[in-house]
Design a protein around this ligand. Structure first.
Ligand SMILES: Cc1ncc(C[n+]2csc(CCOP(=O)(O)OP(=O)(O)O)c2C)c(N)n1
Ligand SMILES: [Mg+2]
Length: 658
């Protein structure tokens, strides 16, 4: 039985503004998800009206509360609320163009389209993981700058889908462990997803689950404004993160589609819209918001005027301080650049022979002591990824003065949380695991790339070179699959200097970078220290005026290419060796620069990975790499077994190159 909602209070009508903007936009686009906005409209209305700290005239105010719509299919709820509350960069016209090509009102919220969109969501649960990063960032900055500067909440809308995804476990478990008390999740407990009732596929007790994580939990009627407001007040005053399970009806108010999965992802249809309008006492035209209701929505943020004023006057000095600048807009200092140069000189002269994961740690020793906002971490492989430097202290529950996060064995969680840390501002995150487990991080890496977040991934044990752990741990297709992600820079350095350069590049980049690092030692092969190979993407480390062929190699295989070239030189065959640590950087160079480096003689390539992608530089038969999964054994034996050796390269070049 559908209840008659006609006895609407004005709060109900304020919520109906969201409902009907969503209904109309989805109907007009003939595509989209009306169910969630209709179901969560009451929660959004109470949150914006009485609780959310926000200022539409200054949407990026650093101490604003963050609102994250993890169930991003309900994007129209966010667009409607931003429009209604008066964010300047969103118009009614935008809502009318929902889901149209070129319109910022994309199917799912896209970071950067509107100033009020905190993160890109759509892949369920990513927003929830981001929110844990937001909440950690707030705590770290709060500890550094005092509560007067950073004191905001992170609110999340999450559906059944978000909480079913495995990622929600990883992120929520860590949030509970760290006691992120300013994290408040509204669980849209409507028991419906696309296939129908949640009972088709789940029967756990979500409240008990979150209690077990150490969260504060509340259960409310998600359509009862008083209960919603009370729950938020309780949540704000709790010392743990809070899950508010809000019993809602998907498609609320639609006589034939309420509480049914049919309202999830299709337009209601003209007839049903008519009935819904009658049912919710909404006599207005499509996209029409009565003045009185719009003015009411527009006044919601007035509540924050004094808070904002006070904050601004209290923080004038801080915001202009060099300390603050170090967190929010730091560039490399002269001293840092000097230290980097000294580092390169020293290791060049010493001829340092070390694993690039170790080289990364040695580089980080400098960066973590000079760059204040670096927050590192690892998914339980700190000692293997070499991500924690001597001066780094871990953060823990109640103590966020440190700069290192023990993420636990939660790779996906780590990657999603790092996105949140980066999105919050004031924090520069990096985190590590084995390269093979980028598969476990991939959905969040992809979103970092889509949003162009400057997250740095420290991915070690980058090939069969890791040896005895065997094929489960040996990446083979990973370089190719990561290089396939747009906006992501993959760097596989060949020595300690390239590793330092890779860090320099990553820390100066405004998009994500993956550092692909070895477990095994690599020698110093370069003959000079003048060229920044990473900045060039690739550069010859052996060259001849007249040469017979070029070998391209990355990371650990540069040594093999070098060996092959030396062997061939004994037979008077001159082979240029190009270290090509980053395709993405190299490919951005001018055609002429690229030609100069690749040369005009036959080109060969060697990499302990699959061929995919190398075809753009070399004919397929000129590539030496992996054609299968790896194997367990000492790494030198594996290189021989898979034919990734100087001898094989020499043979190939002699056969094909001359
Ligand atoms: C990772 C991921 N898997 C699948 C989807 C496709 N999808 C979008 S919404 C949805 C159902 C979500 O159910 P729920 O969170 O309960 O949303 P509601 O229907 O209640 O709005 C699915 C499977 C997705 N967006 N992300
Ligand atoms: Mg649901």
């Amino acid at each position: 039985m559908i209840k008659n909602h006609k006895k609407s209070t004005s709060l109900k009508q304020l919520a109906n503004c969201i409902r009907f903007l969503a209904i109309d936009a989805v109907q007009q686009a003939n595509s989209g998800h009306p169910g969630m906005p209709m179901g969560m409209a009451d929660i959004a209305t109470v949150l914006f009206k009485d609780h959310l700290k926000f200022d539409p005239s200054d949407p990026r105010w650093i101490d604003r509360d963050r609102l994250i719509i993890s169930n991003g299919h309900g994007s129209m709820l966010l667009y409607a609320a931003l429009y209604l509350t008066g964010y300047k960069d969103i118009t009614l016209e935008n809502l009318k163009n929902f889901r149209q090509l070129g319109s910022p009102t994309a199917g799912h919220p896209e970071y950067g389209e509107f100033s009020g969109i905190e993160t890109t969501t759509g892949p369920l649960s990513q927003g929830l993981a981001n929110s844990v990063g937001f909440a950690i960032a707030e705590q770290i900055l709060n500890d550094k700058f005092t509560i007067n500067t950073f004191n905001h909440h992170t609110y999340v809308f999450a559906g059944d889908g978000c909480l079913m995804e495995g990622l929600s476990h990883e992120a929520s478990s860590l949030a509970g462990h760290l006691g992120l008390s300013k994290l408040i999740v509204f669980f849209d407990d409507n028991s419906i997803s696309i296939d129908g009732s949640i009972s088709l596929s789940a029967s756990e007790d979500t409240i008990k689950r979150y209690e077990a994580y150490g969260w504060n939990t509340l259960s409310i009627d998600g359509h009862n404004h008083e209960e919603i407001s009370k729950a938020i007040t309780i949540a704000k005053n709790n010392s743990s993160p809070t899950l508010i399970a809000c019993k809602t009806k998907i498609g609320f108010g639609s006589p034939n589609k309420e509480s049914k999965s049919s309202s999830h992802g299709s337009p209601l249809g003209e007839d049903e819209i008519k009935l819904t309008k009658e049912n919710l006492n909404w006599p207005h035209k499509n996209f029409e918001i009565p003045d009185e209701l719009l003015q009411s929505w527009r006044s919601f943020s007035d509540r924050n005027n004094n808070i904002k004023k006070e904050w601004t006057s209290n923080n004038k000095q801080i915001i202009n301080s060099s300390d603050f600048n170090d967190y929010f807009s730091a560039t490399f200092s002269k001293e840092l650049n000097l230290k980097i140069q000294e580092f390169k000189n020293k290791h060049f002269l010493d001829g340092t022979n070390c694993a690039t994961r170790k080289a990364s740690e040695l580089s980080l020793e400098i960066f973590t002591s000079e760059i204040k906002n670096l927050v590192g971490g690892s998914a339980d492989l700190t000692g293997s990824n070499n991500t924690k430097t001597k001066n780094m202290m871990p953060i823990s529950k109640g103590s966020f003065k440190g700069s290192y996060i023990y993420y636990g064995i939660r790779e996906h969680g780590m990657a999603g949380i790092m996105n949140g840390l980066a999105l919050h501002g004031g924090i520069r995150p990096y985190g590590g695991t084995f390269l093979v487990f980028t598969d476990y991080c991939r959905p969040s890496i992809r979103l970092a790339a889509l949003m162009r977040l400057p997250v740095i991934y420290v991915m070690t044990h980058d090939s069969i070179g890791l040896g005895e752990d065997g094929p489960t741990h040996q990446p083979v297709e990973h370089l190719a699959s990561l290089r396939a992600i747009p906006n992501l820079t993959v760097i596989r350095p060949a020595d300690i200097i390239e590793t330092m350069e890779a860090w320099e590049y990553a820390l100066n980049s405004d998009s994500p970078t993956i550092l692909v690092l070895t477990r095994q030692n690599l020698p110093m092969l370069r003959e000079n220290n003048q060229i920044n190979i990473i900045q060039n993407g690739g550069f010859p480390i052996i060259d001849y005026k007249n040469y017979d062929a070029t070998i391209l190699a990355t990371g650990s295989e540069v040594e093999i290419a070098w060996d092959a070239s030396k062997k061939l030189s004994e037979e008077k065959i001159n082979v240029r060796v190009v270290s090509l640590p980053s395709w993405e950087i190299f490919d951005k160079k001018s055609e002429e620069d690229k030609k100069n480096i690749l040369g005009n003689m036959p080109i060969f390539a060697i990499e302990a990975g699959v061929i995919n992608g190398w075809e753009k530089y070399v004919p397929t038969e000129n590539f030496i790499g992996m054609k299968s999964f790896g194997a367990s054994g000492p790494y030198k034996k594996l290189y021989e077994h898979f034919g990734i050796t100087a001898e094989c390269l020499v043979k190939l070049i002699k056969k094909k190159g001359k």
